[in-house]
Design a protein around this ligand. Structure first.
Ligand code: ADP
Ligand code: ZN
Length: 744
C-alpha cells in the first residue's frame, strides 16, 4: 500500500510513501502523518492512495507514524483546499495552514486522562475472598462500586493510598475497567457563555417565519446542494429561522456551521444562540470559534468537532474550515459583510467558500441578510439560489422613520461647520428626557482627519504614506491610520509657523465633544478601536448600555451591526457621505447597506424608532432608496449600472497590486507587464491600468495596480501565474493577486 502525501510546509507537491503493515488500519485520506524527508521527520497530510508514476515503488520509504486516529483534514476540506488554491491564486500549503489550528500543525499531543470504573458486580463471597487475599484491591474495588460515574485514576490512587500495581491487578482480574478520555480545556464553557445572560424562551413563529422555516425544512430533506438566500428586513427574526434550521439538521444527525462577521461575534450573540439552542436541541455542545481563543482551546474545539463529539460551530470567517462531520447546513449571517473577505493570503471570501463547501457536502447553504450583496441577489434572480423573503418586522413593529438632513442648509443656518444638526440635537434632547437611548454612528475615529493651515494652506501628511495625519485630541497627537506613525500635535503650522490651524472634518472624538456641549448631563460612551484597547471594555460598555447606565453611545462600525437593544429609539448617522466617496465601485452598495443596517438598530422594542441621517448629498440614490428600506428598488437601479459597465456581479474582477520602493521602476515594470498580459491573454481578459493605487504610498512603498475583468477566474489565474513566473521581475517589487476583491 502506498500513499501520496502533501507535506505541511515548504514543498508544494505530492510525495509518495509506503504504508507499513502496522499502520494500515489507521491510515485514511486526510490523516496527519510523519514522513521522512532528507533525514528529518516532517508532517504531512495523506491526499490519496496512489503510486508514483516515475519512481519504483520498491524504493519508496515507509512513513513513520500516524499522529491522530482520525483524519485531520476530512476529504471535503482536502477538495476545498484544492479549489481554493486554484481559484484564489494561493499556495496549497498556505491554505492547509489556514485550515488547521497551529497546535495540530505541530502535532500537539492530545492530553488524556485515565478513568476507572468497575467492570462487573461481584457476589458477596467473591468480595469476601478478595478482602482476605488482597485488601488493597478490595478497598479500591469497593470505592469504585459506590461511584455513579468513572473516576480519575490519579485521584483514586491518591485518595486511597493505592498504587498503579493494585489497579493493574484489578484490571487483569477483569474487575475494573481502565479507559482513556481526552482532557478538555474546552471553549464551549469559556467566558463567552458567561457574559451577558439573555432570556432564551423560544418564540412562537409568525406566519412569515413559519413559511421560511417550512421551506428550509423541505430543502434540507432533499439532501442536496442548495443555496437559499434569506432576505429579511432588520428585526424580522432571522435568528429564530436559523435556529429552527439548525434544529432540523441536528435532528437527522447532521453537523452545522454558523458564520457571523467578526464584529457581530459578541458574547451577546453567542449566549443568545446558546440559550435558544439549549431549548431547541438540548444536550448539543456548541463550539465557539474566534480569534481570541488560546491555542489549547482551539485544539480542544477542533478535536471535539473532528471526532464528532460536537456537531455545531459558531464562529467568524475561519470557522468555515472547522472539521464538522456530516455537514448538512452552513449558515452565513449578514452575508453581505465585507468582513468575510480575508485581506491577507489566502485572500478568500468566507461566504463564497461556504457555498463551495456546502456543494462538496451536498449540504444546504443558508445566506441571510437585510441587505443582500448584489452578487447573491443576482444569483437568486437568475434562479441559481432560492430566495425567501421576510418583509415584515416581528410583532408588526414598524421600520423606523428616516429623516434626511441636508447639511448644506444646516451649515448656512448654524453659520459654519457643525457636526450635529438641530434636528439631531432636538431629537437627542427628547430621548434624554424620556430616558430612552440614542446611538450615534460615525465611521471615523480620532478627532479630525486632517489639519490645515489657513494661512499657507499646508496640510500635514504622514511622512511614510500618502494620507493625512488624523488628530487625536484625547492625547494631543497626530496619527497615521495606515502605518501608526505618531507625532505631537503642533500648535503652529509646521510649514509657515502661523498659529492659524484649522481641524477639518470630524471623527468620533469630535462628535463626543459636541454632544457633551449640548447635553452635558447625558451619560456618554465612545466605542471605537481607540477606546477598545482594554480587554473586556467592549463587553462592559455593551452590558452597561443594555442595563440603561449609558444614555448615548457613539461609535464606529463596531456598533452598526447586529446589536439588539430594545430601548434604543434614536439612531443618528453623523456623516452618511463617508462611504459614498471611496474609490470603489461598491461605494453605493456599501452606503445603502450601512444606512439600512444602522437604521435597523432603532425601534427594536415596542416603541417606534427614528433615524436622523446627515448628508451633503441628500439626492443620492443610496440615500433615497434607504429611506424606505427599498432594497429591490436600489438593487434594480444599481444592477443596471453594473451591467452597463460590466462590473461584478456580471464579470469577475481580479486586482493585481505591485509594491516597491522606487516609483519609477514600479511604473516601468508594471507597464511592461500589462502590455505582455494584454497580448498573451487577448480576448480572455479585459485589462485596466497600470495606474497608481488610490493611496499611492504606504509605509514608504509605492503602489501600482492592474485590474483584470474576466468570466473564467480559474483559467485566467493559472495563465497569470504561468506568465508571472516567466516574467523577469526585479527583486524589490512585491505583488499581490486578489480575486473578487472586496475592500479596494
Ligand atoms: P434580525 O436578525 O432579522 O434583525 P432578530 O433575529 O435579531 O432579527 O430578531 C429581532 C427580535 O425579535 C429579537 O429580539 C427576537 O428575539 C425577536 N423575535 C424573533 N422572532 C420572534 C417572534 N416570532 N415573536 C416575537 N419576537 C420575536
Ligand atoms: Zn503612515
Amino acid at each position: 500500500m502506498t500513499v501520496g502525501v502533501h507535506p505541511l510546509a515548504g514543498f508544494d507537491k505530492l510525495l509518495h510513501y509506503k504504508v507499513p503493515e502496522s499502520l494500515r488500519a489507521q491510515i485514511a485520506i486526510g490523516s496527519l502523518v510523519r514522513i521522512p524527508i532528507m533525514n528529518r521527520l516532517l508532517l504531512g497530510i495523506v491526499a490519496e492512495f496512489s503510486e508514483p508514476v516515475d519512481f519504483p515503488v520498491s524504493r519508496l520509504k515507509p512513513l513513520a507514524d500516524v499522529v491522530y486516529p482520525f483524519p485531520a483534514l476530512p476529504p471535503d476540506l482536502l477538495s476545498l483546499a484544492r479549489w481554493m488554491s486554484s481559484y484564489y491564486a494561493a499556495k496549497h500549503d498556505s491554505i492547509i495552514e489556514t485550515m488547521l489550528p497551529a497546535a495540530v500543525r505541530n502535532a500537539a499531543n492530545i492530553k488524556q486522562e485515565k478513568l476507572l470504573s468497575i467492570a462487573r458486580v461481584i457476589p458477596a463471597d467473591e468480595l469476601a475472598a478478595l478482602m482476605k487475599r488482597a485488601p488493597a484491591q478490595s478497598k479500591l474495588y469497593q470505592f469504585l462500586a459506590q461511584q455513579f460515574k468513572p473516576q480519575k485514576k490519579s485521584l483514586v490512587i491518591g485518595r486511597l493510598g493505592a498504587t498503579a500495581a493494585v489497579v493493574a491487578a484489578l484490571v487483569k482480574r477483569g474487575l475494573v475497567l481502565e479507559e482513556n478520555r481526552r482532557v478538555e480545556r474546552i471553549a464551549y464553557t469559556d467566558d463567552w457563555s458567561t457574559g451577558e445572560v439573555v432570556a432564551s424562551q423560544p418564540h412562537n413563529l409568525n406566519p412569515g417565519q413559519q413559511t421560511a422555516v417550512d421551506t428550509i425544512a423541505a430543502t434540507l430533506a432533499e439532501n442536496k446542494f442548495v443555496v437559499t438566500l434569506l432576505h429579511g428586513v432588520t428585526g424580522s427574526g432571522k435568528t429564530e429561522v436559523y435556529l429552527r434550521a439548525m434544529h432540523d439538521a441536528l435532528a437527522v444527525g447532521g453537523g452545522v456551521i454558523f458564520l457571523v462577521p467578526e464584529v457581530a461575534l459578541t458574547p451577546q450573540t453567542v449566549s443568545r444562540l446558546r440559550g435558544r439552542l439549549e431549548a431547541i436541541a438540548p444536550g448539543h455542545k456548541c463550539m465557539v470559534w474566534h480569534s481570541h481563543l488560546s491555542e489549547g482551546e482551539r485544539l480542544d474545539g477542533w478535536l471535539s468537532l473532528a471526532t464528532g463529539e460536537s456537531k455545531i460551530v459558531v464562529g467568524a470567517r475561519s470557522a468555515i474550515f472547522a472539521p464538522v462531520q456530516n455537514l448538512k447546513l452552513i449558515i452565513v449571517d449578514e452575508e453581505h459583510e465585507p468582513a468575510y473577505k480575508q485581506d491577507e493570503t489566502p485572500r478568500y471570501h468566507g461566504r463564497d467558500v461556504a457555498v463551495m463547501r456546502a456543494k462538496l457536502n451536498n449540504a444546504l447553504c443558508l445566506l441571510g441578510s437585510a441587505t443582500p450583496s448584489l452578487e447573491s441577489y443576482s444569483n437568486a434572480q437568475a434562479g441559481k439560489y432560492r430566495l425567501i423573503g421576510l418583509p415584515e418586522r416581528v410583532d408588526a413593529r414598524k421600520l423606523p422613520h428616516i429623516d434626511i438632513v441636508d447639511m448644506r442648509v444646516e451649515i448656512v443656518r448654524q453659520r459654519g461647520f457643525t457636526s450635529l444638526s438641530r434636528k439631531l440635537v432636538d431629537a437627542m434632547h427628547a430621548r434624554f428626557e424620556k430616558r430612552e437611548q440614542t446611538i450615534l454612528f460615525l465611521n471615523r475615529r480620532g478627532y479630525s482627519p486632517s489639519m490645515q493651515c489657513t494661512k499657507c494652506g499646508h496640510v500635514e501628511e504622514c511622512p511614510h504614506c500618502s494620507i493625512t495625519m488624523t488628530y487625536h485630541r484625547s492625547d494631543e497627537k497626530l496619527r497615521c491610520h495606515l502605518c501608526g506613525q505618531e507625532a505631537v500635535a503642533p500648535a503652529r503650522c509646521p510649514a509657515c509657523g502661523a498659529p492659524e490651524i484649522r481641524w477639518k472634518g470630524m471623527g468620533t472624538q469630535r462628535v463626543e465633544e459636541a454632544v457633551r456641549r449640548v447635553l452635558p448631563k447625558a451619560r456618554l460612551e465612545r466605542m471605537d478601536t481607540d477606546t477598545m484597547s482594554k480587554k473586556n471594555r467592549f463587553r462592559e460598555i455593551l452590558s452597561d448600555f443594555r442595563a440603561g447606565k449609558i444614555d448615548i453611545l457613539i461609535g464606529t462600525q463596531m456598533i452598526a451591526k447586529g446589536l439588539d437593544f430594545p430601548n434604543v429609539t434614536l439612531v443618528g448617522l453623523i456623516d452618511a457621505d463617508i462611504s459614498m466617496h471611496i474609490p470603489d465601485f461598491r461605494a453605493n452598495e456599501r452606503t445603502f447597506q450601512l444606512l439600512v443596517q444602522v437604521a435597523g438598530r432603532a425601534g427594536r422594542g415596542d416603541r417606534a424608532g427614528e433615524v436622523v441621517v446627515q448628508t451633503f448629498t441628500p439626492q443620492a440614490e443610496a440615500i433615497q432608496f434607504s429611506r424606505h428600506a427599498d432594497f429591490e428598488g436600489f438593487a434594480a437601479s444599481e444592477l443596471k449600472m453594473r451591467k452597463d459597465f460590466r462590473y461584478p456581479p456580471y464579470r469577475h474582477l481580479i486586482h493585481h497590486l505591485f509594491r516597491g520602493p522606487s516609483e519609477e521602476k514600479l511604473k516601468f515594470f508594471t507597464e511592461q507587464w500589462a502590455r505582455h498580459v494584454e497580448k498573451e491573454l487577448a480576448g480572455r481578459v479585459e485589462l485596466r491600468g497600470p495606474s497608481p493605487s488610490p493611496i499611492e504610498k504606504i509605509k514608504d512603498e509605492y503602489r501600482y495596480q492592474v485590474w483584470y475583468f474576466t468570466n473564467g477566474v480559474t483559467r485566467v489565474i493559472a495563465d497569470l501565474n504561468a506568465l508571472r513566473t516567466a516574467f523577469a521581475w526585479p527583486d524589490d517589487i512585491t505583488q499581490v493577486l486578489d480575486v473578487d476583491p472586496v475592500n479596494l
